[in-house]
Design a protein around this ligand. Structure first.
Ligand code: 0O2
Length: 210
């Protein structure tokens, strides 16, 4: 009957969300450990900050419905890779690739997909490195492989993405190409600044190492 089915599905949904939340904690610990080690070895913090979220129930339902025209709790795990999301803000572009390498080389981390929007920015101008990884979550029932989307970007890339997201998601009108061009231009300027800052950091490091 319907109420019983509703309660069963709610239980499955809540357990699944708990698994995603555990996976996020695992990933954050791994990233914090890498940052601590880096600080000790290289006197440099590659990670400025880490944030995370579990996708909201309504966004999960909308995304599944968009793909399958209907919603079923059993479709989530196999079809959505971004229910668990971790965002890592790095100091320099090199740090992004170093953190991605050190994380995905760990033997309990399985790399599912890499989307490099730094080498190939999105048409909007968006830049970030996206990884989909799968890590085991250890529960009383056993080991549960769980997917997490990790977005890694510099402070400058994050500045652009945050403001662009606010600007473009709030408006109901279609945004003219001229304004989109301006946003792309801002993204290009920021990208140039990121490269310059990285070169400055390298030059200072070389002076220190002399
Ligand atoms: P939220 O609220 O951040 O989760 P898919 O997720 O597979 O349906 P796609 O495009 O293959 O779609 O995924 P992709 O490229 O990995 O990008 C998904 C996420 O990247 C988005 O999440 C944003 O967080 C970010 N992103 C992608 N493009 C842009 C952009 O042009 N501007 C900004 N500000 N962020 C972007 P969601 O799903 O939009 O929502």
């Amino acid at each position: 009957d319907a109420p019983k089915e509703f309660l069963d599905n709610t239980k499955i949904f809540n357990e699944l969300m708990m698994e995603y939340s555990c996976a996020i904690k695992e990933v954050c610990t791994k990233l914090e450990n890498l940052n601590d080690e880096f600080q000790l070895k290289h006197r440099h913090n590659p990670i400025q900050s880490i944030s995370h979220r579990v996708k909201s129930p309504i966004s999960i339902i909308n995304k599944v419905e968009k793909k399958f025209d209907n919603f079923n709790v059993h479709l989530i795990k196999e079809n959505l890779d971004d229910v668990a999301g971790v965002r890592v803000i790095c100091s320099y572009i090199n740090d992004i690739y170093e953190i991605a390498r050190l994380l995905t080389e760990q033997d309990d981390v399985k790399l599912i997909e890499t989307k490099d929007y730094i080498k190939n920015p999105k048409p909007s101008g968006y830049r970030s490195l996206h990884l989909i990884i799968e890590i085991p979550v250890f529960l009383s029932s056993g080991k549960v492989p769980t997917r997490v989307e990790i977005q890694i970007r510099t402070i400058a890339m994050d500045f652009w993405a945050s403001l662009e997201h606010q600007l473009m998601y709030k408006v109901d009108v279609s945004v003219p190409e001229e304004i989109r061009d301006q946003l792309r231009e801002c993204a290009a300027t920021i990208s140039g600044t990121d490269e310059t800052m990285q070169n400055i950091q390298r030059d200072i490091q070389l002076l220190e190492d002399k």
